[in-house]
Design a protein. Structure first.
Length: 163
């Protein structure tokens, strides 16, 4: 039993890659290629059998490739869960609040970096606000950008932090 979770919102591809060990887009390509290869394999066998055995040819044509593709998907899902997801969640469940905040910020930064180096639309970036919400402490800011430049507003800090 694990009491940890990583719940990405919005742009989940980079976090899913780290969590599962495989880029989701690449995973779908592998699955589609596997399906196409099996269809081609069936057609090759049909070509060999040809008209010599119509009953066997009909059985080959009736094979449901989707069953094999789903079994392949399930096998890969099990391998990802056992070798990547569960060990990561086991480690996350032991992290301190500070380490969890740093991990969350790092995942956002990795998403930003991937968008930037792959020339994808840069929809993630800039300074990131990081807060930890816990039962005991409530909301605690770990990193927070100001909506104004602090060096021009010293009076705010002297009033705000007045004893």
């Amino acid at each position: 039993m694990n009491n940890a979770a990583i719940c990405p919102f919005a742009q989940t591809d980079v976090i899913d890659t780290i969590l599962t060990g495989v880029d989701p887009t690449l995973d779908n390509i592998y699955l589609n290629n596997f399906s196409a290869l099996f269809a081609k394999y069936n057609n090759e066998i049909l070509g060999i059998v040809g008209n010599s055995n119509p009953q066997l040819a009909a059985q080959i044509q009736a094979l449901n490739i989707d069953i094999l593709v789903n079994e392949y998907r399930a096998m890969n899902a099990r391998i990802k869960r056992e070798n990547h997801i569960q060990p990561l969640l086991d480690a996350v469940s032991t992290l301190s609040k500070e380490d969890l905040a740093e991990m969350a910020e790092s995942l956002i930064y990795l998403t930003y970096l991937k968008r930037r180096i792959t020339f994808a639309e840069e929809s993630v970036g800039g300074p990131v606000d990081v807060a930890v919400i816990s039962k005991g402490d409530g909301l605690v800011w770990i990193k927070r950008k100001h909506y104004f430049r602090p060096e021009f507003n010293q009076h705010f800090f002297s009033n705000y932090f007045k004893p």
